[in-house]
Ligand binder design. Structure first.
Ligand code: HEC
Ligand code: HEC
Length: 324
């Protein structure tokens, strides 16, 4: 059942206008000039404001780079004082429908999520109360918060504003979405074959990467944990349930062409390397712990099939990220 539901959703997309998005990608700061008129615009100002980091050197956008699908271009981002993070920076686009945030799912809402990077020693390193104080000491922000929330900034409204902005970063102007809306020429023949393969029982990508954003919001283990070389415990760090060792939140795949490097540890630089990994995980990790049964056997993909899968993944890129 689970496998057909998303197909139905895709099929409906064209008819119902299911995918709605209207944001202009703010490439160099806010996408508008002057005072914010909405909660989301206030959040957008904050998203680009370096005031939210201890030494005022970083904003959210320093790691979630707009032109790279709101992800970073390095395996591990550097926070305040040049400190290296422990996981790859994922995209923060298409997060409106996510029930969990972070690779280990430790935040359950976008509002809640916001305080983690602000307070994280390796990221912005600023206690949230301190962040609120800074914003509250800035006359223009005080006026904007007053206009939008009717009161001076609090942790709650600061987090709400940034979350509201993140909810606007939805991307569906893609060849794939046009194809699903009955424009058969929108995807190449290779990408169309790649889509079939992606959904097939052979490649099984769709077992984990489904629904409109290509994630079922589950925690799964693709074999990148062996307790020795690959030692990020993933979901287990939160639940302490042995079954969760090496499980990570399945990332959505929209805009994956521009969000590399890939995986929680940024170990693959290209989509081709990711596909090679799925083709035979055991070549990379000899003794994975708890690897998902979907990946029990090598896929034995031909070179053409790998290219087809790659072309399908490329077709998930929003027009606004192309050539940016
Ligand atoms: C120093 C780099 C850095 C900065 C600055 C930063 N982030 Fe992140 N962000 C990360 C990393 C790394 C992760 C993944 C951490 C993990 O999964 O444990 C992440 C994860 C996220 C996620 C979860 C995405 C998902 O699909 O689970 C969201 C949303 C997010 N950040 C938003 C923000 C916001 C909003 C700010 C500013 C308040 C911000 N980030 C500042 C590096 C950064
Ligand atoms: C058993 C579930 C499962 C299957 C099957 C699966 N994936 Fe994944 N995929 C995941 C998980 C979990 C991650 C994140 C793992 C990590 O970060 O360590 C991931 C990560 C990825 C990424 C990297 C995304 C990023 O932003 O870093 C790509 C691309 C990807 N998968 C494509 C595919 C393709 C193509 C297939 C089919 C050949 C596939 N996946 C099959 C669960 C799965």
């Amino acid at each position: 059942m689970k496998k057909w539901l998303p197909i139905a959703i895709f099929a409906m997309a064209g008819v119902t206008g299911f995918f709605i998005s209207g944001f202009d990608i703010p490439l160099k700061g806010a996408s508008f000039k002057g005072a914010p008129k909405t909660e989301a615009q206030l959040g957008e100002k904050l998203f680009f404001d370096k005031m939210l980091s201890a030494d005022r050197s970083l904003s959210c956008a320093s790691c979630h780079i707009p032109s790279h699908g709101f992800a970073d271009t390095v395996a591990f981002s550097r926070g305040v004082g040049g400190r290296l993070g422990k996981r790859n920076t994922p995209s923060c686009a298409n997060v409106a429908d996510r029930p969990y945030l972070f690779y280990d799912g430790r935040a359950a809402s976008l509002e809640d999520q916001v305080r983690f990077p602000i307070e994280d020693h390796n990221e912005m390193d600023l206690p949230i109360e301190e962040a609120v104080k800074r914003v509250g000491a800035d006359k223009k922000y005080v006026a904007w918060f007053k206009k939008i929330y009717g009161a001076a900034p609090t942790a709650k409204t600061l987090q709400a504003a940034i979350a509201a902005f993140e909810r606007t970063i939805e991307t569906s102007k893609t060849p794939f979405d046009r194809y699903m809306a009955d424009d058969e020429k929108a995807m190449s023949a290779s990408a169309i074959r790649g889509r079939e393969l992606f959904m097939s029982d052979r490649a099984k990508c769709f077992d984990c990467h489904f629904s409109p954003d290509f994630t079922g919001d589950e925690f799964r283990n693709i074999g990148l944990y062996d307790g020795v070389t690959f030692n990020d415990e993933g979901r287990y760090g939160i639940t302490r349930d042995k079954n969760d060792l090496g499980k990570f939140k399945v990332p959505g795949l929209r805009n994956v062409a521009v969000t590399g490097p890939y995986m929680h540890n940024g170990m693959f630089r290209t989509l081709r390397e990711v596909i090679e990994y799925y083709n035979d995980p055991y070549k990379v990790v000899k003794a994975p712990v708890n690897i998902d049964t979907a990946l029990a056997k090598p896929l034995n993909l031909t070179e053409q099939e790998k290219t087809d899968l790659e072309n399908f993944l490329l077709a998930l890129t929003d027009d606004r990220f192309v050539n940016k």
